[in-house]
Structure formats: structure tokens, C-alpha cells
Design a protein around this ligand. Structure first.
Ligand code: PLP
Length: 232
């Protein structure tokens, strides 16, 4: 019987293939492959695949929703301290404290109200959250993120008004456009603002992102196989 891409046994292979492609793209760009982190996007994926990913040595995971992530990760989190969890979906300010309790990194800081909520929660708990500002590089109305013209002022406000450090920038390019120019724009905004890290690139374009400076790529379906909504 041939293995389907959703077979958990296949995940170690898929992961190895992605890591070797990341390494090849990094070398092409004269970058050190170890400067690029693979974030496995586990939203909606069944438990067996997540277990297979952990067995294969994967430790960094990305999730879109706070509640779904709590159910999936809270227990594993306490059992496995070397896990790193990243929130890559929109965050409502009233869920900020919950998000900060679970996630090591929040990649979707995109508005002053959320910066305020994070700063308040950080002051209360003493946490120093690792933060990425999400930039809506395509200026798409339906998409979250600060627009490129507003990015410099927002990054400055996050630092100076809210006293938070900005570890990186994150973007999700428009689905119907070449991603390269969006990645290059994000890198340019990061450079001129002295921001170090770049979260960019997904299943279809992570090699391009690595060539253009990604320090982490968020890979879902290429890693785990197609997302299947259970009980749908
Ligand atoms: C779902 C998601 C991904 C992963 O997408 P794939 O195409 O499955 O690799 C990456 N980033 C964000 C923000 C996502 O929501």
C-alpha cells in the first residue's frame, strides 16, 4: 500500500525534505542555513500527524487561534519545555493574556490597541513577549497587518510608547501575486527600522523567502499534508 501524504509515517520524510530545501536556498543566498527556523503550522491537523512531527524532532509550531492552540498544546507544553509556540493568526485584545500565557512568540501585532494590551499584560505578569509586527505588504483590505506607509511610525510607537521590543516582521503576501516583491519589501522595512527577524514564506514559496532573507518560514500543508477539517 502506498503512503498517502497524510500518513503520519511520512512526516519525518517531508520534514527532512523541507529542511534540505531550506538549506539549499540559504546556501544559494550565501546564508547560514541555521539562521532559518522551520515553523510547522499545525492548525487543524490531526493529533497523529502532530505526534509524528514531535517524534521527528520538530519543536517549533505555529497556530492561528488561541483556543484551538490551548487545547492542542497546553498539556504538551508543560511536559515538553523545549517546545516553541508561535501565534500566527489574528489576536483580539481581550485574548492577549491567554495568548501570552501559551505562546512564546506573537507574530501578529498590527495595531496600537493590541500593543497597549500586550504592554499592560507584560507589566502585570513580568513577561517579555517576543513580538513580530505583521505588515500587510499587499495593502489588502480584508487582511490584517499595518500597511507599509504606516509601518515605520507603528514600529516606533511599539518601542517608544509601549516599551516593547520588536523581534521581527511578518507578512502574508496576496495569494494571487508573486511573493518575491512582498518579501523584498518586508526585508526593506525591517532593515530601515533596525528589526532583525523576518517571518515570511509558506508551503508554496518558502525557498523564495529564504533567498530574500527569511529567518523563519511558516510551513503547513507541505509539512503535514492537506488540512482536513475533522467532523466536517
Ligand atoms: C495557514 C498559515 C500558514 C501555512 O500555510 P501553508 O500554505 O499550509 O504552508 C502560514 N502562515 C499563516 C499566517 C497561516 O495562516
Amino acid at each position: 500500500m502506498s503512503q498517502s501524504p497524510s500518513d503520519p509515517a511520512d512526516i519525518a520524510q517531508r520534514r527532512a525534505r523541507i529542511l534540505s530545501r531550506i538549506a539549499a536556498a540559504a546556501k544559494e543566498a550565501r546564508r547560514d542555513p541555521s539562521d532559518v527556523a522551520l515553523v510547522a503550522v499545525s492548525k487543524v491537523q490531526p493529533e497523529a500527524r502532530i505526534e509524528a512531527a514531535l517524534d521527528a524532532g520538530q519543536r517549533i509550531f505555529g497556530e492561528n487561534r488561541v483556543q484551538e492552540a490551548q487545547q492542542r498544546w497546553a498539556e504538551r507544553r508543560s511536559a515538553q519545555p523545549d517546545l516553541e509556540l508561535r501565534l500566527i493568526g489574528p489576536l483580539q485584545s481581550n485574548k492577549t493574556a491567554d495568548a501570552m500565557a501559551l505562546f512564546d512568540v506573537i507574530e501578529t501585532l498590527d495595531r496600537p490597541k493590541l500593543a497597549r494590551a500586550i504592554a499592560d499584560a507584560a507589566a502585570r505578569t513580568g513577561a517579555a513577549p517576543r513580538l513580530y509586527v505583521q505588515v500587510n505588504t499587499g495593502e489588502e483590505p480584508q487582511k490584517a497587518g499595518i500597511t507599509p506607509p504606516d509601518a515605520d511610525a507603528f514600529i516606533a510607537a511599539v518601542r517608544d510608547e509601549y516599551g516593547l521590543s520588536v523581534e521581527g516582521l511578518m507578512c502574508i503576501p496576496p495569494a494571487d501575486e508573486a511573493a518575491g516583491p512582498h518579501f523584498a519589501l518586508l526585508a526593506q522595512i525591517a532593515r530601515r527600522n533596525g528589526v532583525e527577524k523576518l517571518s515570511m514564506g509558506m508551503s508554496g514559496d518558502y525557498e523564495t523567502a529564504v533567498r530574500l532573507g527569511a529567518t523563519s518560514v511558516r510551513v503547513g500543508e507541505a509539512f503535514f499534508g492537506p488540512r482536513i477539517v475533522e467532523n466536517a
